[in-house]
Design a protein around this ligand. Structure first.
Ligand SMILES: [Fe+2]
Ligand SMILES: [Fe+2]
Length: 264
């Protein structure tokens, strides 16, 4: 069986339209910013007319992220020999695949609950592209720490939107998925430290990969601690997921810079 499965070969039926991240960032309609589906700035609130559509778009993005997280964690169980990663890492990825499969099912039900359908919005393939990194340390740092760290921020924001809308289905589904994501990010933090314990250069490379992704997903002020950013930084849950205070501060700073200078 083939290892290192390329993004072009993911199994998708005719409902899905895939968009590489470079096309989103370079799209002149977004002014080179990362907002993509979320052109309208501001937090989701029940009083804002644009919130229902923005929430549907965001939920569809979450669904696609869950699919790719399942595919990425599944690949990591198989892509590396026993001499490259410990068996325990593969067992963690197998457990994560189980969680992500459940999240895909929850997300499909939630997009229906929120009034949209599979394929109504384009699929950005960035998470899976990060999951194709040939170095398992970079793969786990890029996916589990940077992108699932972003998932923590997004789920926490969406859970709050469910709460203020008095929608218990949305609130509790997001809460349950958020709890799982904290464990996935923690796995990424723990394995990054274990895999690079005797290799400071590899650790620096992995952290640099993470910084690049964190910056990309902060562009245009998409995620920051400002009230009018669509997604807020979830400090408490990041700390539970193994981020040090200095690491959280660094992401807060990158996000703040992106907010204050959206053109970057
Ligand atoms: Fe997930
Ligand atoms: Fe996850």
């Amino acid at each position: 069986m083939k290892t290192q499965w390329p993004v072009e070969d993911l199994a998708r039926d005719a409902r899905f339209v895939q968009v590489p991240i470079a096309d989103v960032v370079n799209d002149p309609r977004t002014g080179g910013q990362m907002r993509g589906n979320y052109e309208q700035p501001g937090r989701l609130t029940p009083d804002d007319d644009t919130s229902p559509d923005r929430a549907r778009q965001l939920m569809h993005g979450i669904f696609m992220g869950e699919m790719q997280a399942l595919e990425g964690a599944g690949r990591t169980c198989f892509d590396f020999g026993d001499d490259q990663v410990p068996l325990q890492l593969k067992l963690d990825m197998a457990r994560q695949s189980w969680d992500e499969a459940r999240h895909v099912e929850i997300s499909v039900k939630l997009i229906d609950h929120m009034g949209t359908d599979i394929g109504e919005f384009a699929e950005s393939t960035f998470l899976y592209e990060a999951a194709c990194n040939p170095d398992p340390a970079l793969r786990l740092t890029g996916v589990n720490r940077a992108l699932e760290g972003l998932a923590i921020d997004v789920f926490n924001t969406m859970r709050e939107f469910g709460r203020v809308c008095t929608d218990p289905v949305l609130e509790f589904c997001e809460d349950w998925m958020l709890a799982d994501e904290v464990t996935h990010v923690k796995m990424g933090s723990d394995w990054l430290r274990r895999l690079t314990k005797d290799d400071p250069d590899r650790l620096q490379l992995a952290l640099e990969f993470q910084r690049t992704i964190d910056k990309l997903f902060s562009l245009g002020g998409f995620r920051s601690e400002h009230d009018d950013s669509p997604v807020s930084l979830a400090r408490k849950f990041r700390s539970m997921a193994g981020f040090s205070e200095a690491e959280i501060e660094e992401i807060a700073q990158v996000s703040d810079e992106a907010y204050l200078d959206p053109a970057g």
